[in-house]
Design a protein around this ligand. Structure first.
Ligand SMILES: N[C@@H](CCC(=O)N[C@@H](CS)C(=O)NCC(=O)O)C(=O)O
Length: 342
């Protein structure tokens, strides 16, 4: 019996030791390293997620994620090339290898996972689809949209959900499908549709930045779908998938542990074992991913933890002005829950 326990313990110990061995470099990591930059597919312009600022630099939650990935890979957040993607070409660009990762308010679904061969690395924004209407319409509920003309973008989950919603509620609608985002907003402004439908965060973003005066437009209360948005990679490279997944969960873990852009340096001396693992003071975790031990420290120094990135681009003091809501930490009633970094 004692011998059996000793053997079992040796197996556990041996498997713990393998934590010290490097991850086998996958093809994507090799390519990215040889190129010297990570190519990140982003949205051409949804404020708060990814949109160019006055100097043409992409800013937003998704753009931050791209910089975080560059910081984890190279210790330098500037080693990223932003590649603009549309609703229609985003997945083919990922499949063909034109981009290494897609961070573009993309919803994770079964079809995208299976038929499109994409892996979802986690959720960086929990969303739901809504409707935006002119205040002058007097509408207070989506149930009042029977017979309406609705603007939506092709190739999105929004196009599919809105058809489901009207069918399920025995209502009629005429869809107006417009691919380009500027034309999509312009069509609504010009009165070509009674409502536009999209992920509610994107409607809030358009309302805050493109529609003037913004108070003339109302986001109706219904959320007709679940839209878990997050970064995606193509199937077939588990190591790359792991890196993208752990950069995202690492940013959430840092928020859970109270590690911020401002205090990360000082936290290197924190005795808390979880903080020491996260910041690479206890070695093995960076190596397991095929990265430098300071991978997450570099991420936090570059863009901050998840909550900092959220507040900067989408939070109540930002132009988009969203509450944390479902995107708050699980400890405060939200859905953001870091996987155990150990
Ligand atoms: N989350 C949805 C919608 C994502 C989406 O592409 N939304 C549109 C509406 S805001 C968009 O980003 N448009 C900007 C563009 O096409 O460049 C999906 O993954 O299908």
């Amino acid at each position: 019996m004692t011998r059996k326990i000793v053997v079992a313990c040796s197996i556990v110990f041996a498997s713990l030791l393998t934590l010290g061995t490097a991850a086998e470099a996958g093809p994507t990591l090799d390519t990215v390293r040889a190129r010297g930059v990570v190519v990140c597919g982003v949205n051409q312009g949804v404020a708060g997620f990814s949109a160019p600022d006055s100097r043409g630099e992409y800013r937003g939650l998704d753009a931050d994620f791209c910089r975080a990935l560059a910081a984890a890979l190279f210790g330098d957040p500037s080693r990223v090339r932003f590649a603009v993607t549309s609703t229609q070409n985003r997945f083919t660009m990922l499949q063909s290898g034109e981009i290494d990762v897609l961070a573009r308010n993309a919803t994770q679904t079964l079809q995208r996972d299976t038929a499109l061969g994409l892996n979802m690395a986690g959720v960086n924004f929990y969303d739901g689809q809504g409707f935006l209407v002119r205040r002058s319409s007097g509408l207070t509920s989506a149930r009042g949209l029977d017979g309406a003309t609705i603007c939506t973008q092709p190739g999105t989950t929004s196009e599919l959900n809105v058809a489901d919603y009207f069918r399920a509620n025995n209502m009629r609608m005429t869809p107006v499908l417009i691919e380009r985002p500027d034309e999509f907003v312009a069509a609504y402004v010009a009165g070509r549709c009674d409502a536009m439908t999209q992920d509610a965060s994107q409607l809030a973003s358009y309302r805050a930045t493109a529609l003037r005066p913004s108070n003339d437009h109302v986001l109706l209360p219904e959320r007709i779908s679940k839209e878990p948005l997050g970064p995606m990679v193509r199937h077939g490279d588990d190591q790359w998938f792991d890196i993208v997944k752990w950069v995202l969960t690492g940013m959430i873990e840092a928020e859970e542990l109270g590690i911020t852009q401002a205090n990360a340096e000082e936290k290197l001396r924190d005795p808390n074992p979880a903080v020491r693992r996260a910041l690479g003071v206890t070695p093995g975790f960076g190596r397991a991913l095929g990265l430098d031990e300071r991978w997450l420290y570099n991420v936090i120094r570059a863009v901050g933890n998840y909550g900092e990135s959220f507040e900067r681009h989408l939070g109540s003091d930002s132009p988009v002005g969203l509450p944390r809501g479902m995107n708050d930490l699980w400890t405060r009633g939200g859905l953001m829950y870091a996987l155990p970094l150990r």
